[in-house]
Design a protein around this ligand. Sequence first.
Ligand SMILES: [Zn+2]
Ligand SMILES: [Zn+2]
Length: 270
Amino acid sequence: MPMHLVRKYTGHTISAHEIAHARRQGTTAAAIATAIADTCHALAATEANLTQCAGTLATDLDEVRRALAAGPSDPTPTPNPTGRLQTHGPRLDALTAQRATHITHLRALARIWLAHHTPTTSTASQAEQMRRYAATILAAIDNDIREGTVPTGIGSYVDLHRYLDANDYLIATGVPYDVTQASIDLIAALQGLVVARLRQGDRPYCTHDTCAFPTHDHTTAYDPDGHDLSQAQPMRCRHCGQPAHYDARLDDHRHDDPATPDCFLIHRDD
Ligand SMILES: [Zn+2]
Ligand SMILES: [Zn+2]
């Protein structure tokens, strides 16, 4: 079983033995184990096809290079004139995209696996359990920030929802949910904990000189009185003066530092 792919692409170690053991148990653990094994097999097959396709293209390109570099008395290969890149290029692109999809899927499954295999003790208080859930969700958000899915400095659950389905964090963390008021309250409290952590003041955030996030604009073309500037300048909140940016995805302005308190002009829902 190509389980080394789990370690390579998710950083977590799940052994073939653990997968086999979980599959014998039935229930949810078995379903997750089967999905992980299937994804590893699919990923391995895609990577094998990709290796072959890249090899074919490399050979074709090498033939062109050798034909051009050959001296008068060298044997000159005849590059295949039948549109090799047109044949194999799109296949390479499709396989690369397929590989990326498999990897994303595998990461999501690994998170769910870990959430289901984190030992919980019956004596752990609910507060401790909540703290652990919040830490897991924070780590998942940080992972999405590293991957560029979510901007650095995100400071609200509502904003997160504009970038992805933030409920997936709860599912992947294994937060129990039924329709009872108790479970609705627990989730509201947990999200409050996550938001408080996001705004704690020690979190990294992007600003004018450092931001590479595609939907962020940290510049302004207007001075504080609303007159045109000849040159765009770093944006500051026109109410509280803190560094700010426009987020095209949110269609709204945000203070750069999520710890900056909301002001008259810039405020977020939790
Ligand atoms: Zn930014
Ligand atoms: Zn402000």
